[in-house]
Design a protein around this ligand. Structure first.
Ligand SMILES: [Zn+2]
Ligand SMILES: [Zn+2]
Length: 170
């Protein structure tokens, strides 16, 4: 995903970049980007630096940890990075840079912002994706998806939320 600084006639500026989401080699195992990613940026200029804040929005297919089916959800991440222009990048110690700072040679107009956009989205990925709150998951015995049908296996249904209460009753 490219931010073209040339298109900014005046700063601060506000712009929207849309791009095929498959270009964002995103995320994690079991996560597929879908459709178009949309990035809204507010850009302010400092001394040899552009401050970029805004939102990244992208639909993904993601695997439910309970039933292992893919489901679709929308990721919305907050973007916050800066583009730092340097005249001689040999003097830049990359280790000392804040993570959200991109370094470009002075005069660069097209800046690849894929990394900060991906990062903003990755941070919003659920740790334990669940397709729906009432997802019943897979039968631990036969592996059947219990959202779709019912098997005959005898599984003791326990609801861990009540464990504490059950212990109290004993
Ligand atoms: Zn599920
Ligand atoms: Zn079963």
């Amino acid at each position: 995903m490219i931010l073209d600084l040339n298109t900014l006639r005046e700063l601060p500026a506000r712009l929207v970049i849309k791009e095929d989401a498959s270009q964002l080699k995103l995320l994690a195992d079991g996560v597929t980007t879908i459709g178009e990613a949309r990035v809204e940026l507010n850009i302010m200029q400092g001394d040899h630096i552009f401050f970029c804040t805004g939102m990244a929005v992208c639909d993904v297919d993601i695997e439910c940890v309970r039933c292992l089916e893919q489901y679709r959800t929308t990721l919305e991440g907050e973007i916050d990075f800066s583009i730092h222009e340097v005249s001689d990048d040999r003097n830049v110690n990359l280790d000392e840079l804040p993570e959200n700072e991109l370094i470009v040679p002075a005069g660069t107009t097209e800046v690849d912002i894929t990394a900060p956009v991906c990062e903003a989205l990755v941070l919003t990925l659920p740790l334990k994706p669940i397709c729906k709150e009432e997802c019943r998951g897979l039968c631990p015995i036969c592996g059947l998806n219990r959202n779709k049908s019912q098997c005959e296996c005898k599984v003791e249904e326990t609801d861990s939320r009540w464990d504490g209460l059950r212990d109290l009753q004993k």
